[in-house]
Design a protein around this ligand. Structure first.
Ligand code: NAD
Ligand code: ZN
Length: 359
């Protein structure tokens, strides 16, 4: 069976596009209990962007701090309960922030109409009812969360997305100016998420011409942004990386991520490490999986003098390494893509533990 992917309904792209948000929302404001919910990265509190949020009197604005941890099921349940108790079912949910905030907005849009804890819905097609209208405004570039069908949450037992057609945003506003303030390390780590999505998408059995068309273009843009003569955080590069992120997300959606994301999920689950940096820590040691792409990654690291933590494993216990290997080993769809349907014969949990010990 070939994938039957639900894409974003509408996309606006261009510098200053955020100013179209009020107009876009105007035709949705009569739905449900007639108010909008804005979920905004706490970084923007008291920053100029906060004054550009087009909230009306009846709307709710939450500045969410995602610096202590990536989005959790507990955080979604708490926000959902507050919204339903105070105002009812919103007309729409708008997420303004990086991958974390976009995932909060996506998950919340589903959880205002589905009962119980969001942890019940971590997995594929477990959500029972469609959510409400939701719109994403990325302020980082690289995750592909703007177009993916998953809202990644860390729950009591696993880090796994709420994954279904209803998760995909109805509308996305891609305004590259909003990424100008991303700190340099974060810009690199999140940008590498995109580079790694494309490399992994290309290196496995689910790869196809659809993925290739998007992935090749995204890689070309990543190379211009991170290695070209005009490399760096410039307005034109911010445009390029924002489109690379979208295309990288589309590439992996029609294919799959692989070994690096499996290792990365282990690191995030056990140590709460952020997705972008966790990917970089893992990718640095995956030459047997991704060959020249790892050398290219190291070239980009050197070029931008980015610090990728090394020798971390000296501080890890056997129990922690074993737990990470369990988390990674359970991501069978990623290993199937990376190594084939008989991956279980090629790779053992011990192999994964050995690779973690290199990090
Ligand atoms: P993030 O959203 O976690 O944000 C990282 C940091 O950047 C935070 O401190 C945030 O406050 C700050 N920040 C965001 N925008 C900024 C701006 N414009 N200026 C200054 N600071 C800014 O980082 P991310 O790498 O974009 O996202 C990672 C998250 O995305 C993880 O939670 C991961 O699980 C998720 N993710 C989801 C998908 C998906 O398909 N749904 C894919 C990949 C990653
Ligand atoms: Zn990723």
């Amino acid at each position: 069976m070939h994938k039957n992917f639900k894409n974003i309904d509408k996309v606006v792209f261009g510098a200053g596009a955020l100013d179209q948000l009020d107009h876009i929302l105007s035709e949705k404001r009569n739905e449900n209990d007639m108010f909008m919910v804005f979920i905004v990265d706490n970084y923007f509190k008291n920053k100029p962007l906060a004054d550009r949020i087009p909230n009306h009197d009846q709307d709710m604005v939450f500045f969410e701090d995602i610096d202590q941890h990536e989005p959790t099921t507990e955080q979604i349940d708490r926000l959902r309960d507050t919204i339903l108790e105070e105002k009812g079912i919103p007309s729409g949910i708008i997420g303004i922030g990086g991958g974390s905030i976009m995932d909060v907005a996506k998950a919340l849009s589903l959880m205002v109409t589905n009962e119980g804890s969001s942890s019940l819905y971590q997995g594929l097609n477990l959500v029972k009812k469609p959510g409400v209208y939701h719109l994403g405004v990325p302020t980082t570039s690289g995750t592909g969360a703007e177009c993916s069908m998953t809202a990644v949450l860390t729950g009591p037992v696993k880090k796994l997305g709420l994954k279904c057609d209803w998760t995909v945003f109805n509308q996305v506003i891609l305004d590259p100016d909003l990424t100008m303030t991303v700190p340099r390390n974060q810009w690199f780590y999140t940008g590498m998420d995109c580079f790694i999505h494309c490399i992994e998408s290309e290196s496995g059995i689910f790869y196809n011409e659809f993925s290739r068309a998007y992935g090749d273009q995204a890689l070309k843009l990543c190379r211009e942004v991170f290695l070209g003569p005009d490399s760096g955080q410039t307005p034109i590069n911010n445009e390029k990386l924002m489109i690379a992120s979208l295309f990288g997300g589309l590439s992996l959606t029609y294919s799959e991520v692989g070994a690096c994301h499996a290792f990365s999920y282990g690191l995030s689950f056990v140590f709460g490490m952020r997705h972008g940096i966790a990917n970089c820590i893992a990718f640095n040691h995956l030459k047997e999986f991704y060959g020249d792409a790892v050398d290219e990654f190291k070239e980009m690291v050197d070029f931008h003098q980015i610090d990728i933590p090394q020798n971390l494993s000296s501080g890890w216990s056997d129990q922690e390494i074993s737990k990470m290997a369990d988390v990674a080993y359970n991501l069978s769809h990623m290993w199937t893509h990376a190594l084939g349907h008989d991956w279980g014969e090629k790779l053992s949990k011990k192999d994964l533990m050995d690779i973690y010990r290199r990090m």
